[in-house]
Design a protein around this ligand. Sequence first.
Ligand code: PCA
Length: 201
Amino acid sequence: MKILITGFEPFGSNNENSSWVVANKVATQNTFGIDIALELMPVSFRSVAKTLRTAVTRHNPDLLIMLGQAGSSDKVRLERIAINMMDARNADNDGFIPDEEPINTETPVALFTNTDIKQLYNAIVEQSIPVKISNSCGLYVCNRIYYEALMLCNEINKMKAIFVHLPLYDGQRDAKENQHTLPLDKMEKAINVIINKLREE
Ligand code: PCA
């Protein structure tokens, strides 16, 4: 089995992105000794789809796990759905602010993960890690990459894909006072639980 894990570069006022820190940890510690590739994604509406497609072509994964930082979240968020829409209040790293633009006028309004998300949720809960299933990935760059990934799943039948939003990690220097954070090892464990569940299939 081959896995591709992606994380994002920092964006907005952040110096770091927890998704990239966690992606690195999971890939380098490689608990299950399986083939894991790691790719950094740009926080760019215009280039993220192409960067993802290039990475998927290069690694040809059976499982694609995309990670992103959600600073407002206090839990690991398993994303169920990607929406065919781009909208933002804050510019991406190219300075672009989309205003209710469809991603593609010819493709479905929304796409669902092709993983068994409730099974993943239950397995993470069993490890006492704060987790929830989310029905909105937002309309920013994380939703953009997720929509592309789920389109790719329709083209590459064997590939499963899920997007996971992560809070900031304990001690992350961008964390504001009172902002919820989680220990790095809990977030790493959550991703390993996902890998373990999906490699059984
Ligand atoms: N989070 C943003 C984009 C990059 C990231 O880590 C999002 O939630 O869309």
